[in-house]
Design a protein around this ligand. Structure first.
Ligand code: AP5
Length: 211
């Protein structure tokens, strides 16, 4: 199964990607995680994109498409994959089609902006494995320590309120057209995502027709 997760920043794409990945046994490919790993390792790619992520802008399509193509060619992707945060522009969606990605479903996580702002202001992200927690909604067992890999949790620089508002604008201008793109191709499934994590997970599997 090849699934796209689409939604505003903080909609819960990464959280649900980890759950779907575990349940279906297919990897979650997150361009955000790939870019943050490159920034942490100070690779040439990381140095190139660091300020772009901090500002809340999108990295260019010419950078993203080869990155995701290379990752999707790895052997663990043979049975399928979950694309978390890609595509994010019409050019990326067309690029994936041209590369033969053959998407089965695009899940659109529909959530009000107010919920997103409170989710992101309390998010703590793992420096080791990029898993997301929330100080009140989904706290780690030990404060500031990842439940999965024991690494330190930190606040992403792009989770500051002003940058979150910019990312929401960028979504509306550059990513929202993908809702029509996948609707027209009969692939879009809307997942109301304002409720708790477990409720959203149930709606995800219902949308995928998996009980
Ligand atoms: P990326 O890392 O993809 O960030 P994003 O899309 O902005 O999404 P987030 O990671 O902020 O949120 P999420 O929807 O995954 O929510 P999460 O599950 O963490 O991209 C970052 C940057 O990289 C971009 O701004 C851009 O610069 C660049 N980039 C990446 N991909 C690109 C591309 N394809 N093209 C160009 N540039 C690209 O949840 C958020 C919080 O809410 C957590 O604290 C979580 O615990 C909590 N939570 C989750 N679900 C619930 C729930 N149901 N109820 C309560 N709390 C919840």
């Amino acid at each position: 199964m090849r699934i796209i997760l689409l939604g505003v920043p903080g909609a819960g794409k990464g959280t649900q990607a980890a759950i779907i990945s575990q349940r279906l046994g297919i990897p979650a490919l997150s361009t955000g995680n790939i870019l943050r790993a490159a920034i942490a390792a100070e690779t040439p790619l990381g140095l190139q994109v660091k300020d772009i992520l901090a500002r809340g802008d999108l990295v260019s399509d010419d950078v993203i498409l080869p990155l995701i193509k290379e990752r999707a060619e790895e052997p663990d992707c043979a049975p399928g994959y979950i694309l978390d945060g890609v595509p994010r522009t019409l050019a990326q969606a067309e690029g994936l089609d041209a590369l033969g990605f053959g998407i089965d479903a695009c899940l659109f996580f529909d959530v009000p902006d107010e919920a997103v702002i409170s989710r992101l202001s309390g998010r703590r992200t793992c420096r080791g494995c990029d898993k997301a927690f929330h100080v009140t909604g989904n706290p780690p067992k030990t404060a500031d320590v990842c439940d999965y890999c024991d690494s330190e949790l930190y606040t992403r620089p792009d989770d500051e309120l002003e940058t979150v508002q910019k990312r929401l604008r960028v979504f509306r201008e550059q990513t929202a057209p993908l809702i029509d793109y996948y609707t027209e191709r009969g692939k879009l499934k809307v997942v109301p995502s304002g409720g708790p994590v477990d409720q959203v997970t149930a709606l995800v599997f219902e949308a995928l027709g998996i009980s």
